[in-house]
Write a protein that binds this ligand. Structure first.
Ligand SMILES: [Zn+2]
Length: 258
């Protein structure tokens, strides 16, 4: 449906299963998730989740369960590729090179409020003895503050949870064509100092997750974020919002070489 060049990696109703399987195999080969043996080469198992915007993190070890549900995966088993599927939400990867452990997490606004990435750091500490200062974090492409309009209720939820919530939101006054055409109608009705123009609120999800990583002790220099906004760059990326749901899925993946 999206064409071969689009490289959709998610099973959606608009793409065929065989095309997605082909794309996934090409993707795994490209990222080097391949074992060579005498009888040829085989691809690493791809571990995926049924993502539910939760803070549930699954520890992965062989034999890998199918039908995992949750929004985070962690492992210290080499030769597995952990994957999060996105099309606007952020994929966030954590790597601990010291204890050779990795994790990948799915952070939309719901998962971010539930502190999925903070909990991910905690889970890696608990399972693998990872120290936050040794972790390296990568925040993949997602919808950025330029485009991620949210409702007032989302801002209120963040404000009730995070001391730094104010710096995550940006407000823009929406021009009102009726007011512009008939300004006299509104002059007397406006309370001094209060604009009555409707406001649009934008959330910076990248900064929200960067703050969580910093809060638990991941060094700023070890956090890298993609500069690409999915909603701005539909020429390159899938965006659920920009493409009104009729879109593919990207994958954020991490694994440990055997
Ligand atoms: Zn944008």
């Amino acid at each position: 449906m999206y064409g071969k060049a689009a490289l959709n990696l998610g099973l959606t109703k608009d793409d065929s299963k065989s095309a997605v399987q082909r794309n996934r195999a090409a993707f795994l080969a490209e990222v080097g998730a391949k074992c060579k043996s005498n009888s040829g080469s085989s691809l690493w198992p791809l571990v995926m989740l049924r993502q539910i915007h939760s803070d549930i993190i699954r520890f992965v070890e062989p034999p890998v369960e199918s039908q995992l549900v949750g929004d985070g995966l962690v492992t210290n088993t080499p030769g597995l590729l952990l994957a999060i599927q996105t099309a606007d939400c952020l994929p966030i990867i954590l790597v601990d090179p010291k204890s050779r452990a990795v994790g990948v997490f799915h952070a939309g606004w719901r998962g971010t409020i539930k502190r999925i990435v903070e909990k991910g750091v905690g889970e890696m500490r608990r399972r693998f003895g990872s120290r936050a200062r040794d972790l390296e974090a990568a925040i993949g492409p997602g919808i950025h503050g330029c485009c991620y309009e949210v409702g007032e209720e989302v801002r209120e939820k963040f404000e009730s949870q995070f001391g730094y919530a104010a710096k995550l939101f940006r407000e823009v006054e929406e021009p009102d064509p009726v007011r512009e055409k008939y300004p006299m109608l509104f002059l007397t009705a406006r309370a001094p100092g209060h604009s009555e123009l409707p406001k649009k609120i934008f959330l910076d999800l990248v900064e929200a997750n960067r703050q969580q990583l910093l809060a638990v002790g991941v060094p700023a220099k070890s956090i890298e974020a993609s500069s690409l906004c999915t909603n701005c760059r539909t020429d390159l990326l899938f965006s659920y919002r920009a493409e009104k749901g009729k879109t593919g899925r990207m994958m954020g993946v991490v694994g440990i070489r055997p």
